[in-house]
Design a protein around this ligand. Structure first.
Ligand code: GTP
Ligand code: MG
Length: 442
């Protein structure tokens, strides 16, 4: 579909489709010949629709040409549009115009990008929920509550000599607490929102030869990584995707970790990259060879992971007896480690149970549309956090009897932060950053 938008859209369209202005009015699709504006050659037959602003996606006059598609046809029609006086749209420009013309707020515009980029069912639903505008409404209510508190405080500033009673500190604090509660409720949705958008990253970590690559292959169900009996087979990191219900998991295989890699710079680099990957994971699966059990090297690895989420996979169950397996599980439990899998990565036993464990860990099950997170964008989360900090500051100042001016300043800034989420007062830079993520044509 080739879309023209702006004051000249209909004029350009008329040069491509004879009699368009007359025939195409009324938001009806019509089958038309598309011709070259100068030499008149027929380029395609297309379904054509005119939408006169402001009742259009962008709020401007819009002409849409549904061509037969295919790169050559589309290129010919676009070329004809340019010849007739249009210019190429920049990424996300239609949605930017929709925002600038008040057709949607900024959070809704970002949801359009989320919808286009959605890689999983969960991501699609979360973006759609954001597009339906629920966030703007919730934020509007919080903002109004802030403005009411602000009015109380500022009244004392504007009329210092009037017979106004002292600032009702306790009731105002209660109102700020209510605002904080609402901000926290929104912020608490952010991790689930981010998870839905981006999916989760699960990193397989462990000593060489414990079966990390075999496990990656078993989890994703195809031969993705080289498996070999010599230790140090995997040198770089590699990833593959696994779809769990509506959620996308990225499974990352890494180089084995062993001491004494100093002699081999490439292996040392691989080990370092593995640790970096682990430190950016949503979950680290520490793979243990049951033949050797949990060793001091595993213990050292664990200590390098800080407060990362870690679970253990006891691999090679086919090579040991039940007693050894139980002993290793007890050992893990004694260290406070969750055992998420008992697998034979090569034989396949326990792999589906491990997948179920991952699903339970990340997928909250079926979630009704109205209960999907409203906050999933990092920008929104940051603004909410900023506003929250300012409300906390205002509350503290109020409690300590600091001047009304300082209290008012914090609350005012908090409202500015909240408004920026839906796009009020955002700078060109921010807009450019947001819309550069879009593709052309949206
Ligand atoms: N019997 C048995 N063999 C396994 C199992 N998992 C892995 N292996 C074997 O162990 C050897 C090492 O497996 P890999 O998957 O390459 O191990 P890795 O942890 O990726 O090793 P590096 O890449 O060297 O760090 C291979 O010969 C596999 O066939 C298992 O559960 N049972
Ligand atoms: Mg490997």
């Amino acid at each position: 579909m080739v879309r023209l938008s702006g004051d000249g859209a209909v004029a350009v369209g008329e040069r491509l489709v004879r009699g368009l202005g007359r025939r195409g009015q009324g938001r009806r699709l019509r089958l038309c010949k598309v011709v070259h504006p100068t030499h008149g050659e027929v380029l395609d037959q297309a379904m054509v629709c005119i939408m006169i602003g402001p009742r259009s996606y962008t709020g401007e006059d819009v002409v849409e040409l549904q061509t037969h598609g295919g790169p050559a046809t589309v290129a010919a029609v676009i070329g004809a549009c340019l010849e007739a006086g249009a210019r190429m749209a920049s990424p996300g420009e239609f949605t930017l115009r929709a925002f600038l013309n008040g057709r949607m707020d900024l959070a809704e515009a970002e949801a359009v990008a989320g919808l286009v980029g959605a890689q999983s069912e969960r991501a699609r639903r979360v973006a759609l929920r954001q597009l339906h505008g629920g966030l703007g409404e919730v934020l509007g209510n919080i903002r109004r509550a802030c403005v009411e508190v602000l009015a109380e405080v500022e009244a004392r500033l504007d009329f210092p000599d009037d017979e106004l009673e002292d600032l009702p500190v306790e009731p105002l604090i209660l109102r700020l607490d209510d605002i904080l509660g609402r901000l926290d409720a929104l912020l608490s949705q952010a991790p689930a929102g981010r998870l839905a958008r981006e999916g989760a990253r699960v990193v397989l970590l462990g000593r060489p030869n414990v079966g990390k690559s075999s496990l990656l292959n078993a989890l994703v169900g195809r031969h993705r990584a080289i498996v070999h009996s010599s230790p140090g087979t995997t040198r770089d990191w590699l990833e593959d995707e696994l779809s769990l219900g509506g959620l996308r998991l990225t499974i990352v295989d890494t180089a084995g970790q062993r001491p004494g890699t100093e002699d081999d710079p490439a292996e040392a680099m691989g080990a370092q990259i593995a640790l970096d990957q682990a430190l950016h994971a949503d979950l680290v699966l520490l793979v243990i060879s049951l033949v050797e059990g949990i060793t001091s090297a595993d213990q050292r690895l664990l200590s390098q992971l800080g407060d990362r989420d870690v679970a253990v996979v006891l691999n090679q169950i086919d090579l040991v007896d039940d007693e050894t397996l139980d002993r290793a599980a007890d050992q893990a439990a004694a260290r406070g480690l969750l055992v998420m899998g008992r697998t034979s990565a090569t034989g396949g036993d326990g792999v589906s149970a491990l997948t179920d464990g991952l699903r339970n860990r990340f997928d909250g099950g079926e979630v009704a549309f109205e209960e999907l997170p409203l906050v999933s964008e990092k920008r929104h989360e940051e603004s909410l956090r900023l506003a929250r900090g300012l409300v906390v500051d205002a509350r503290r100042k109020l409690r300590r009897g600091r001047s009304e001016e300082l209290v008012a300043l914090d609350i005012r800034e908090a409202t500015v932060g909240l408004s920026s989420i839906t796009g009020e007062g955002v700078t060109e830079d921010v807009l450019e950053q947001i819309f550069s993520r879009f593709c052309i044509g949206k």
